[in-house]
Design a protein. Structure first.
Length: 137
């Protein structure tokens, strides 16, 4: 679909803000996987293996980050923590055409049809964090 908002709406999810990195349904989260991200090392999506690993750098005003970016990082970390601790099943929204993507022509997105779980989580917003989602169904 054209546009992330429309893609989220198609599965009944809503973003906290226009550029948020995670959305919420009543009982689970929807994580964005930028499949054309320029930084493949820190945004590693492998469809065949059913693994998505995301690394987020330290976010703070002292390191020059804007409050909105820090808020988005906090939202994502809180969602990953909640998912990890409660072993929640999650969804993954495959996205391309974002500011840091290779694809031109605007954002397009599609919900990956399976359920996923956060299987690893480490770090903090201030020091940087990473988490791993694995396909479970």
């Amino acid at each position: 679909m054209k546009g992330l908002k429309a893609a989220y709406a198609s599965i009944g999810a809503s973003q906290r803000g226009q550029y948020s990195w995670v959305a919420k349904l009543d009982d689970h989260y929807v994580y964005t996987a930028e499949i054309d991200h320029l930084d493949k090392k820190n945004n590693a999506y492998n469809h065949i293996a059913g693994v998505f690993k995301k690394t987020v750098p330290p976010m703070s005003p002292a390191s020059g980050h804007q409050p909105i970016s820090i808020r988005h990082s906090m939202d994502l970390f809180e969602a990953a923590t909640d998912s990890y601790e409660k072993k929640l099943k999650c969804r993954v929204m495959l996205v391309k055409g974002t500011k840091y993507g290779k694809t031109k022509g605007g954002i397009s997105a599609a919900a990956e049809e399976h359920y996923w779980q956060v299987t690893e989580l480490s770090g903090s917003v201030d020091s940087g964090y990473e988490f791993t989602l694995e396909r479970v169904e």
